[in-house]
Design a protein around this ligand. Structure first.
Ligand code: CU
Ligand code: CU
Length: 283
């Protein structure tokens, strides 16, 4: 059992170790393989086929396994390293220590939004963007220039919902923990909340399917993963994953959504196997 720490509590040495592991993985080409996987499984409501990563109940278990695989890859180049989490209800400043030169670097410059400071700046030569839905060859950010981060209150609105997810199991339900946290629920189209709004607040490459190009992706999703565990503790009588049974053939979402015991591509793991885990804990 290892520990995933709050990024604000990392020592200088721990930050260096995490950053070095990212750079090693990038150099080996394995980092970009994770970006590719995320892009490949990024299927929206309006598209065809199985939705396994987003706009779907498997949002939590799929990203849990994705993060575990990534963390294992990091550990293979740097034993003992773990993925920290970013509590964006507390650390809200675009100039906070998370965005300092010795950690993730800062926001993008005016114009092309290119990140100019820190280990992931293009000039460093260590972080060329090669797999992306945009043509950007460098990391881009727009910290806080479009809206604010979700508040604790907005997050609690999601955490207080005692039902994991509801039909039609996509981006439409106004109820259910999953869609409220993922952030499509509650308001007009484009009025994003919680998880989605954080992607938007960081901006640049954090928007869209190739978002793992920004290392903050992993810290954001580590926090999301922690929220699923906290929600389970808060609602011990709830079904921790829904739907429990495969959808019927006449369900409009048939073939698009996985139930608890159906294996998720590309991992082959079932949501029910990932509801709890005993590999790591959160500090
Ligand atoms: Cu994702
Ligand atoms: Cu995300």
């Amino acid at each position: 059992m290892y520990t995933r720490k709050n990024q604000r509590d990392l020592t200088g040495g721990e930050k260096r170790k995490f950053v070095d592991a990212l750079l090693k993985l990038k150099r080996s080409g394995r980092y970009d393989e994770f970006v590719e996987v995320h892009m490949k499984y990024y299927v929206a409501d309006g598209e065809e086929g199985l939705r396994v990563g987003h706009m779907t109940p498997t949002f939590f278990p799929w990203h849990r396994q994705f993060l575990l695989d990534f963390e294992r890859a990091l550990q293979s180049v740097s034993p003992g390293v773990t993925v920290p989490y970013w509590n964006w209800t507390v650390d809200t400043s675009p100039t906070g220590s998370l965005w300092a030169k010795d950690f993730l670097g800062g926001t993008g410059r005016d114009g092309d939004r290119q990140v100019m400071t820190g280990p992931f700046a293009y000039e460093s030569g260590d972080w060329p963007v090669s797999v992306s839905v945009t043509r950007s060859r460098f990391l881009t950010r727009d910290l806080g220039r479009r809206g604010s981060l979700p508040s604790r209150r907005e997050l609690n609105w999601a955490m207080d919902d005692p039902v994991y997810d509801v039909a039609p199991w996509n981006s439409l339900p106004g109820e259910g923990f999953r869609n409220k946290v993922e952030g499509w629920a509650g308001g007009r189209r484009g009025d994003w909340r919680n998880h989605n709004r954080v992607h938007q607040w960081v901006g640049g490459l954090m928007n869209g399917a190739s978002s793992p190009n920004d290392p903050v992706f992993w810290l954001h999703h580590s926090f999301m993963d922690r929220l699923w565990t906290q929600w389970q503790r808060k609602h011990p009588k709830a079904h921790f994953y829904l739907p429990r049974r495969p959808l019927r053939r006449d369900d409009p979402q048939y073939g698009r959504v996985l139930s608890a015991d159906e294996p998720m591509p590309p991992f082959g793991k079932r949501p029910s196997e990932l509801i709890t885990q005993n590999v790591y804990r959160y500090a």
